[in-house]
Design a protein around this ligand. Structure first.
Ligand SMILES: N=C(N)NCCCC(=O)O
Ligand SMILES: [Zn+2]
Ligand SMILES: [Zn+2]
Length: 322
């Protein structure tokens, strides 16, 4: 089992140029090369749930490409995430692009299998629809989880064109299904026009707190992270990051961009401030490379996934040391 052995790390970029060969996340080994992993990085090439620009089905591979430049030591968290735990790239979950309900079931079943192997998941979307089956799977293992949702949007709307499973509705479904711990739900980076004031009332009734992108700007990343940490406590935590939480200047490559967003520095700093939380799995979604330029969005997403992976690896190492 990988858990007893020295983890196999990324390809050495001082020997093999980092632009050579097929891309895995951070040049890590594939899951089938190591047998099992403590953290499985998995792609979900699915974007049939979007309400505006399509293209997030290409997000996972764009993030892998952009992640070639990540290095093994993370100074911001003083950790070498790929040495502390076995992190591996589990490839993509192949889902039906023509049947959303079936796709949602497929993601849940595949996540169940990866989690059963003892892994935590670092999922690369895909559109935000996929957060629902991922949360279902995580809740089967941990019970209702705390949720930190970084997004310009609430994603607690009811239906679109009568469809229940879309990228604007996963968190309402999750609350209805009782798979979230309603004492510890927060949106971060929220901004932009809504359908009506009722959207906010509904959202508050579901139990969500809101930290807007303007709150982050005014109060700063450290204070926001402190506040979020207090709310979460030691609950099992799932972090879902819609890359459109970033300003379009920091993440143009996404399907429903909104002006006035956070900087990538603010996002990374808030995540680092959560490093003591019990992060059981995470996703980074809504990267749509067709609207990107110079990999701006996928680089930001790769660093975001790197910080999340570092948190999980540190915790795995700490729990093994006990
Ligand atoms: N989850 C994302 N990215 N967007 C939701 C937008 C829903 C709407 O079109 O109103
Ligand atoms: Zn969004
Ligand atoms: Zn979203």
């Amino acid at each position: 089992m990988s858990t007893e052995q020295t983890p196999r790390g990324p390809v050495d970029s001082s020997r093999i140029p980092r632009y050579a060969g097929p891309a895995t996340f951070a040049r890590l080994p594939r899951l089938d090369e190591v047998g099992s992993a403590d953290v499985a990085v998995v792609g979900v090439p699915f974007d049939s749930g979007v309400s505006y620009r399509p293209g997030a089905r290409f997000g996972g591979n764009a993030i892998r490409e952009a992640s070639r430049l990540l290095r093994p030591y993370n100074p911001a968290q003083d950790a070498s995430p790929f040495a502390l735990a076995q992190v591996a790239d589990a490839g993509d979950i192949a889902v039906n692009p023509f049947n959303i309900n079936e796709a949602v079931e497929t993601v849940e079943a595949a996540a169940d299998e990866l989690l059963a192997g003892g892994s935590r998941l670092m999922t690369l979307g895909g559109d935000h629809t996929i957060a629902l089956p991922l949360l279902r799977s995580v809740a089967k293992k941990h019970g209702p989880v705390a949720l930190l949702h970084f997004d310009a949007h609430l994603d607690t709307w009811d239906t679109y064109f009568g469809a229940e499973y879309t990228h604007g509705t996963p968190f309402r479904r999750a609350v209805e299904e009782g798979i979230l711990d309603t004492e510890a739900l927060s949106h971060v980076g929220t901004r932009g026009p809504l359908y009506g004031k009722q959207d906010l009332d509904d959202d508050a009734k579901m139990g969500f707190g809101i930290v807007t992108s303007a709150d982050v700007y005014r109060r700063g990343a450290d204070e926001i992270a402190d506040q979020l940490r207090q709310r979460i406590g030691d609950r099992p935590l799932y972090i879902s990051i819609d890359i459109d939480v970033l300003d379009p200047a920091h993440a143009p490559g996404t399907g429903t961009p909104e002006a006035g967003g956070m900087t990538s520095r603010e996002l990374l700093e808030i995540i680092r401030g959560l490093s003591s939380c019990n992060l059981v799995s995470a996703d980074v979604v809504e990267v749509a490379p067709a609207y990107d330029h110079a990999e701006i969005t996928s680089v930001a997403a790769s660093h975001t996934a790197y910080e999340l992976t570092t948190i999980m690896s540190r915790q795995i190492a700490a729990s093994k040391a006990k």
